[in-house]
Structures are given as structure tokens and as C-alpha cells.
Ligand binder design. Structure first.
Ligand code: SER
Length: 531
């Protein structure tokens, strides 16, 4: 069955159970300060659970774009290394707002998986909440009783709050949950170790596919639980994992959700995807990372989150730079690549998330620009990284900060590259260097400095100020925006210049630059801004 059919069958099934099918909410979360990005299907329904709003229909179902790259739900480090975590993924869900509860949620999940999708029930295990003393909660025996109608008792496993009490963040709607796990190992493997011993053990082929949450509580800021006005159902099934199970694959990346992108990357890089899950083929990891990160970055930008230097924008920039470094280093692709994959992504998702196709031009421009800007400094950054003395077994905070500040390496990228070389990063030292820079920034009346945009491949600069007070023709090598006292200024490097730059305590030269008809003053920033 094709992935598009799987998605449709899920929605059709819940429509037949009187659910209203709604579109995915944007992946970017502008309304809820407790959350940067949508990390679960239930986020858009938070107010329905809390009783602040009432839905038109008490039963809803959809597929939701989710991003788990920050906060309580963060899978970024796993992505590409393993075969079943993603930054952006689709969560298939069904909800009841004060309508049906545990009995129906369990019965319908079973009916869909076993009767409709024909998963062999011999391979299925379920988990339930064992209770928690600190929250004063008993084990969920009610869920156990409902499960016993469908599955042998020894396949119902008990887990603690870490696995079986779901919370969207530090505060908000929450409750005990029951999860459905599927064992897709070979018969020989199953004979060696029983599947139930591998549930919740991070085994790539004994995996959770569906989480049914019984949302009964609201976690308050003081950590206590209060009962919600009504009992609700919130379920979430990993679409890509379901496709893996139903298509008989052992990796999400081997399904038709990802294969078109892997093929594209094979063509662009001239490298072969080797289906190596022993984690040795770096080019395989790179293709998985790129195929995954492309989706996260493209849909976040489509939904309104541009890459930037702080907050949610920086999360997107970090993911994008991680992808660029993977294709640069391990696929040996030296030119912007992600933006070329966007038409394929847009057409693959045209029927379910048409918003990307509708904004293809804007998204392409943004991603291309970001890729080019990072590629301009990446090689120099890698050379600098390779020259760092790591005889102590660690990269100093100062060096990590230089990579960040001069070459645009997010700290997690430096950490990743360090771990590839078997060394650590002095995170504390980096934080100190960053805090020092921020303090200087505050003292500089909120000066914020953007990234350099490099316009030429040749970075050489000729200073002619000893012999000339002007030059007739010069080209901009690179520039960046500096916001000082809420005003935008530019720092510009020319390939040929008569201006002596501020250095060694000496003030910089002032004067004029002409861009065609436009006359632009060159300022002495020390004097102008009392720096
Ligand atoms: N909110 C639950 C989860 O994200 C079920 O949808 O797993």
C-alpha cells in the first residue's frame, strides 16, 4: 500500500466513526508561549481540553505536521543516525473532547491496525501506566480491562510515568497513556529474544507506533495536577513508522515517503545509498539527514518561521546548517542542494499539505540564500576546526565560540563534529564566551550583529589609503547588518579601499561611498555610537 493510501485509510476510518476531518495546524506555534513548534497533534486543541473553547464536533481526526527539535520533546540528535526518528514527522490522530473515552479509543485502534491494516496481532504489544506515587495516581487497571478483550494478558506491559504519562510541556493538558508497539524483527530474531523484553528498549525494530492518551488533567506551573472539566482522548500515531510496518520495511527511510528523496540525492551526489544500518556508511547517514531536515526546514518556512539568529528562527537555521554540513562533508556536494529538492517535496505533499506548493518561490529563495551564505564560510570553518589543538581531548570554549561567531557554526554542529573525532566540547566555556559577547552587546546599547553575506569567492582586500584618498571602482566582498540603538547600519568589506579601518585604538576613516546615484556616508562607529 502506498503511503498516500495509508494516510487516507486512517482518515476514512475515523470519518466512518463520526469524526470531523480537519487540516493540520501550521507547524509554527505563534499562539502558545509554552511551545516553539507544534510537537503533537493535540497542541491545536489545547483550549478544547482546558474547557476554554468548545469544538463544533466532539470528535476530530487529522494528520498533523510536528517538529520535535526543542523543549521536552527533542529528537534531533537521533535523526539520520537511526532509522525511525525525525525532526518533522506526521502524526495521525483522533480526538474525543468529552465524548468517547478509553473503551472506544482502544477498540478502534485495534480494529484499524488488525482488521483494516492487517497487522499480525502476534507481533503486537501494549503498555499501560503503572501509577505514580508522587502524583498520587494508581495503575490504569481500567485500560488493562479494556485491552484484555483484544490481547493476551502477558502482552500487556506496565511502565512508569516516563513512558506512559504524556505531557505536552512543563504545563498543560496531560494524562496516563497506553501505547501500541510492533515487533517487526525476523522470525529467527524473535525466537532468540521475546519481543516483550525489547519494548521501550530503543530497539529499532520493536517500536511504538501509536500512543492513546487519556487526557484528564492539567499540569499547573507549581507541578500539581488538577482535574479537567471533561475526560478526553488524544491519540497520535507516527505516520512514517506505520508506513514502515505496513510496507514491510525495517527503516522509515526505506518507505515511499523518503525513497524519492534518497534517489534524488544519489543522482546529485553520484553516491549510492547502501541501506547500511550498521551505522558505518556516512553517506547513508547524510542522505537520511538531508531527506529529513529538508522537510523540517521547508515546512517551517512555509508556515511562517524564517531562519534567523534567535529563538525559533535559530532552531530552523541550525537544522538547515546541519543538513548543509552533512551534504558538504559526506556527499561531497559543494553547491546549494536543499532548495533543488523543493519541487519534489511540494509535489509529493501537494494533496495533503498544498501550502508548500503555493509558496514554492518564496521558500526556494529563502533556503537557497541560507545555504549559499553558510557554504561561503563552511570550508574556512572546517579548516579552522581541523586546525584546533584537541590534545586535551576537548575543544575549548574559546575555539567553539570562534567557530560560532566567525564561521556561523551552531554549537550543536561543533559538538557533532567533535564527537565524530572522538573529542568533547567545553560547553561551559562556550556559554561563558557567548555571555561575555552578549554583555558587551548590552553595554553597546543593544547592538546586534547579523551574519556576513559573502558576495565573491575571492576574499582578498587591497588597502590603497597610503597613496590614495579615493578609488574609482571597488566591489563589495562581504557585508553584514549591525543594529545599533535600533538603527540599521552596514559593515562592508571592499576588495579595494582607501578607508583605514578602526584598529589598535585608532579611529577609522570617514567619507562617502557611491552606489550608482546613491551616496552613502561611511561612519566612524566609535564616535557615532560612543562605543
Ligand atoms: N499527544 C500524544 C503524543 O504526542 C498522543 O497524540 O504522543
Amino acid at each position: 500500500m502506498k503511503s498516500s493510501e495509508i494516510r487516507q485509510q486512517f482518515l476514512d476510518f475515523f470519518e466512518s466513526k463520526q469524526h470531523k476531518i480537519v487540516p493540520s495546524a501550521p507547524i509554527v506555534n505563534k499562539d502558545d508561549p509554552t511551545l516553539m513548534f507544534i510537537n503533537a497533534g493535540m497542541n491545536q486543541f489545547k483550549d478544547y481540553f482546558l474547557g476554554n473553547k468548545t469544538p463544533d464536533n466532539p470528535r476530530i481526526s487529522d494528520t498533523q505536521k510536528c517538529l520535535r527539535v526543542s523543549g521536552k520533546q527533542n529528537d534531533l540528535e537521533e535523526v539520520g543516525i537511526d532509522s525511525y526518528h525525525h525532526t518533522m514527522f506526521e502524526m495521525l490522530g483522533n480526538w474525543s473532547f468529552g465524548d468517547y473515552f478509553k473503551k472506544e479509543a482502544i477498540a478502534w485502534a485495534w480494529e484499524l491496525l488488525i482488521d483494516v491494516f492487517k497487522i499480525d496481532k502476534a507481533n503486537v504489544y501494549v503498555t499501560v501506566f503503572e501509577g505514580d506515587k508522587s502524583d498520587g495516581l494508581e495503575a490504569d487497571m481500567e485500560a488493562v480491562e479494556f485491552w484484555k478483550e483484544w490481547i493476551e494478558e502477558d502482552k500487556i506491559l506496565y511502565f512508569d510515568r516516563k513512558d506512559n504519562f504524556w505531557e505536552m510541556g512543563e504545563t498543560g493538558p496531560c494524562g496516563p497513556c497506553t501505547e501500541i508497539h510492533v515487533d517487526i524483527r525476523s522470525e529467527a530474531e524473535k525466537a532468540k529474544v521475546p519481543g516483550k523484553d525489547l519494548v521501550n528498549m530503543d530497539h529499532p525494530q520493536v517500536i511504538e507506533i501509536w500512543n492513546l492518551v487519556f487526557i484528564e488533567f492539567n499540569r499547573k506551573a507549581d507541578g500539581s495536577l488538577e482535574n479537567l472539566p471533561k475526560k478526553n482522548i488524544d491519540t497520535g500515531m507516527g505516520f512514517e513508522r506505520l508506513c514502515m510496518v505496513l510496507q514491510g520495511k525495517t527503516s522509515n527511510y526505506d518507505t515511499d515517503v523518503f525513497i524519492p528523496f534518497i534517489k534524488f540525492l544519489e543522482k546529485e551526489s553520484g553516491k549510492k545509498y547502501t541501506f547500511d544500518y550498521a551505522h558505518t556508511a556516512k553517506s547513508d547517514i547524510a542522505m537520511r539527514v538531508v531527506a529529513d531536515h529538508l522537510r523540517a526546514v521547508a515546512f517551517a518556512i512555509t508556515d511562517g518561521q524564517l531562519p534567523s539568529n534567535n529563538g525559533a528562527g535559530y532552531v530552523i537555521r541550525r537544522i538547515l546548517r546541519r543538513a548543509v554540513r552533512y551534504y558538504y562533508s559526506f556527499l561531497e556536494v559543494r553547491n546549494p542542494l536543499l532548495h533543488k529538492m523543493l519541487p519534489l517535496l511540494a509535489s509529493e505533499f501537494e494533496l495533503v499539505f498544498p501550502e508548500l506548493k503555493n509558496q514554492l518561490e518564496m521558500v526556494t529563495k529563502v533556503i537557497h540564500g541560507e545555504e549559499q551564505a553558510f557554504l561561503n564560510t563552511l570550508e574556512k570553518g572546517i579548516n579552522r576546526f581541523n586546525a584546533i589543538d584537541t590534545s586535551s581531548g576537548a575543544i575549548s570554549g574559546k575555539d567553539a565560540f570562534e567557530l560560532f561567531d566567525t564561521f556561523g557554526f551552531p554549537i550543536d554542529l561543533t559538538r557533532l563534529m567533535a564527537s565524530e573525532n572522538g573529542v568533547k566540547v567545553d560547553d561551559k566555556g562556550f556559554d561563558t564566551a557567548l555571555a561575555e559577547q552578549q554583555n558587551r552587546g548590552r553595554a553597546d546599547a543593544q547592538k546586534s550583529v547579523g551574519d556576513w553575506t559573502e558576495l565573491t569567492a575571492d576574499p582578498s582586500v587591497e588597502f590603497v589609503g597610503f597613496d590614495h584618498l579615493s578609488v574609482d571602482d571597488a566591489a563589495v566582498v562581504k557585508y553584514r547588518t549591525v543594529k545599533i540603538k535600533k538603527k540599521d547600519q552596514f559593515q562592508i568589506v571592499l576588495n579595494k579601499t582607501p578607508f583605514y579601518a578602526e584598529s589598535g585604538g585608532q579611529h577609522g576613516d570617514t567619507g562617502l561611498m557611491f552606489f550608482g546615484e546613491e551616496k552613502v556616508p561611511v561612519l566612524d562607529t566609535q564616535k557615532e555610537n560612543d562605543l
